[in-house]
Design a binder for this molecule. Sequence first.
Ligand code: SAM
Length: 236
Amino acid sequence: MNLILLDKEDFVGQHRVRLSGRRQEHIVNIQRATIGDELRVGKLNGLLGTGEIVRLDEDGLEIEIQLEQQPPTPLPITLLLALPRPKMLKRILQSVSSLGVKKIYLLNSYRVDKSYWNSPLLQPEKLTEQLMLGLEQSRDTVLPEINLCPRFKPFVEDELPEISRHTLSYVAHPGAETACPHSISQKVTLAIGPEGGFIPYEVTKLQNCGFLPIHLGERILRVETAVPVLLSRLTP
Ligand code: SAM
């Protein structure tokens, strides 16, 4: 946790927050911070700054905060991700959130196991928990927006044209003719397939929506490896 992320409910005064639970435990037991120590703090969807621990007792921990710094620039990439299995989804959400992605669509695909859509991880508060871990890691405050798209065809036909409008749109697909471009200065919409890959019908539907298939070379990467590689290749 490189940033203590603060929510509205934490505020007990204009410049004072009271924390308990996971964050207090982390500050006291992992960071070994005590009264007078300074911490990096940030308000969820707001500014970053510093805080001084001013009280620490059985009721919790109080921090006097100063917020004046803007969060880091978001990554100009909208991510369409075929829903991975829950364990992998957790890791991917944390990593894409820490890399600065702000719009995520979790998409059905023929090779997505149907049971994944019943995972408790897809409850909004559970998804938010993973995204916030990524923000705490990378010192960002802006919570990514996440959308569930359990029906591939209506999503691609009815919603995707608007989502990908005015962006360069790519679908990562092993064996594609075009290599993944580097350092794109325009906004990008990027589709990444499931562990078994997109089926040809899905690639064609994405192509009909303006998506160009791109490859990352002859090595087939796991989704959780392909995601950060693609994001870093595409951003300037
Ligand atoms: N057998 C599957 C196929 O050929 O499509 C492999 C799928 S791969 C494990 C899972 C996803 O990661 C792919 O759908 C793609 O989006 C991305 N990916 C992995 N390696 C890639 C590569 N070398 N080029 C492009 N995309 C890749």
